[in-house]
Design a protein around this ligand. Structure first.
Ligand code: NOJ
Length: 552
């Protein structure tokens, strides 16, 4: 049990702090490096908690910090109950959690149940064990097809490119056996039909609840179960749900009901956020009473900068979540997606718009203006909001990384056709005029190089500039915290010209101008915050404002 003095501050929402929390995502390798080895760590994060408190966030989600060969940045876990030495120790984790709690912030950790690392003792044991053994039944081993089993058992493709099957070491028998990995070869998928796997993960949840965490973000939460027989799937890679052979199978809900019982048994203090990239009505099924608390809203993050598109996403999200009594989450970036200033700076014609793509050109100035407006949009919506580290600085996507420094397995598995996600994972710039920009001690070399131009985007530089992205986020979070309109779930659309989004929550109004014309605000509008200067009562294109309209 956590000591009383480290209890987080009292939540505003009577329904639970998580219903309206602002969650800051720490990609730990790239946040702050305390020991100069070039990789961010727990002590580095501990030293920067003051920054997060001042920014005004309610919780921190830390990407995987477990023992791992780091083939996929830690999403390849070799020991779920220990911290990787790169990041520190379990005692460091305990100290971090205590410090965060003392500052009134919660700590959410990432849990990766779909796959382990190939270095996990279970997988090593599986490779060393005979076919059909209990050790192999924790994963998906299957006979290959074709002569001597030389072909993969089915047509499934890895999300990182290439086949999702790798041959097991040759044991002299035919046909050859293969193992399934929906991501990298080094990330074998667990067999969730095996009760031993479920029991292990419930025990891992208990372990981290004992350490004192306040919740779990669940990696690819909808992938865990595979259709029996692992059949070929003609439309593989195109179908987001429904009859998909490994996405959103019905039985997965039983797993999360069990997980919910684990946290309820412990007083119900910890919360779940599922990474569930499905249409809104399918997501809502995971948020029914007795299942997960929240889910990461990809739909909103993937929509183009278009009023009708964003409005549709907001409507669908709010309606589907209300139907199950769950709060929405709002997201514009994470460690897998291109940076918002890059994403929103791209042409919007359907042929070129692809929120995941890093290959299409982007107008940086336009992207910054829109990302500022997007911040005021998503931070004003009812529910919980996520900020990916560095988005509050307006960091751009870094596109010119040399092949030899790239580490995302996607780059290698696609032969470079997909450059991968390293460009949104560049270590944070904190201060100073040259790399490592305070990320690590002077003279240290961050694991990915930082652009020299980031001198203008450091936390220190932006904190001194009242017009910076950081100042905008700080001001927005301060208003969000104290304005009565932001509490609770009230939300109403107001009329506005085509290409605009105008809504109110209590007395707080938000107008977003996605059109090419100026948007006149109500005559007596009293501006609380704007993403660009409001002149003559008009909001410029690609801008947003929060305001009140006092009664005459
Ligand atoms: C989703 C995570 O966000 C991503 O970074 C990771 O590569 C995959 N899941 C596989 O674990």
């Amino acid at each position: 049990m956590r000591p009383a003095e480290t209890e987080p501050k009292v939540p505003r929402s009577p329904g639970g702090w998580w219903r309206e929390a602002v969650v800051y995502q720490v990609y730990i390798r790239s946040f702050a490096d305390s020991n100069g080895d070039g990789v961010g760590d727990i002590e580095g994060l501990r030293g920067r908690l003051g920054y997060l408190e001042e920014l005004g966030v309610d919780a921190v989600w830390i990407t995987p910090w477990y023992r791992s060969p780091m083939a996929d940045g830690g999403y390849d876990v070799a020991d779920y109950r220990d911290i990787d030495p790169l990041f520190g120790t379990l005692d460091d984790a305990r100290a971090l959690i205590a410090d965060a709690h003392a500052r009134g912030m919660r700590v959410i950790v990432d849990i990766v149940p779909n796959h382990t690392s190939s270095e996990h003792p279970w997988f090593r044991e599986a490779l060393a064990s005979p076919r059909g053994s209990a050790a192999r039944l924790r994963y998906h081993f299957r006979d290959g097809r074709g002569p001597a089993g030389a072909e993969p058992p089915n047509n499934w493709q890895s999300l990182f490119g290439g086949p999702s099957w790798t041959p097991a070491p040759d044991d002299g028998l035919e046909p050859r056996q293969w193992y399934l990995h929906l991501f990298d070869t080094s990330q074998p998928d667990l067999n969730w039909d095996n009760a031993r796997v479920g029991a292990e993960f419930e025990s891992i949840l208990d372990f981290w609840l004992d350490v004192g965490v306040d919740g779990f973000r669940i990696d690819v939460a909808c992938f865990l179960l595979k259709e029996p027989g692992l059949p070929d799937f003609p439309a593989y890679g195109t179908d987001p749900g429904g009859d998909h052979p490994h996405n959103d199978l019905e039985g997965v809900h039983e797993i999360y009901k069990g997980w919910r019982r684990v946290v309820e048994r412990r007083g119900g203090r910890a919360v779940f956020c599922g990474e569930i990239n499905l249409p809104a009505e399918r997501i809502a099924r995971y948020l029914r009473p007795g299942e997960l608390h929240t889910a990461f809203n990809f739909d909103f993050a993937l929509r183009p900068w278009d009023a009708a598109e964003l409005r549709a996403s907001i409507d669908e999200t709010l309606a589907s979540h209300a139907a199950v009594g769950a709060p929405a989450t709002w997201v514009i970036g994470n460690h897998d997606l291109p940076r918002p200033v890059f994403k929103y700076g791209r042409a919007l014609n359907a042929a070129s718009w692809n929120a995941w793509s890093r290959a299409e050109p982007s107008d940086q100035t336009l992207g910054v203006a829109r990302a500022r407006a997007a911040a005021l949009l998503y931070l004003a919506l009812p529910g919980s909001a996520y900020i990916y580290q560095g988005d509050e600085l307006g960091l751009p996507e870094v596109l010119d990384l040399q092949p030899d420094v790239r580490q995302d397995p996607t780059f290698r598995r696609t032969g470079g056709a997909d450059v991968g996600r390293d460009g949104c994972r560049i270590p944070m710039p904190w201060s100073g005029d040259e790399p490592p920009f305070g990320f690590g001690p002077a003279g240290s070399r961050p694991w990915l190089p930082q652009p020299a131009a980031w001198a203008a985007l450091t936390v220190d530089a932006e904190a001194r500039d009242s017009r910076s992205m950081l100042s905008l986020y700080r001001d927005a979070l301060a208003i969000r915290r104290r304005h009565p309109g932001m509490a609770g779930e009230e939300f109403r659309w107001l009329p506005g010209p085509s290409g605009t989004l105008v809504f109110a929550r209590g007395e707080l109004h938000c107008a977003v101008n996605l059109s090419e014309a100026q948007l006149p605000l109500p005559e007596n509008a009293s501006i609380l915050l704007a993403s660009s200067p409001v002149s003559g009562g008009r909001l410029a294109p690609d801008s947003a404002a929060w305001f009140e309209v006092p009664a005459d």
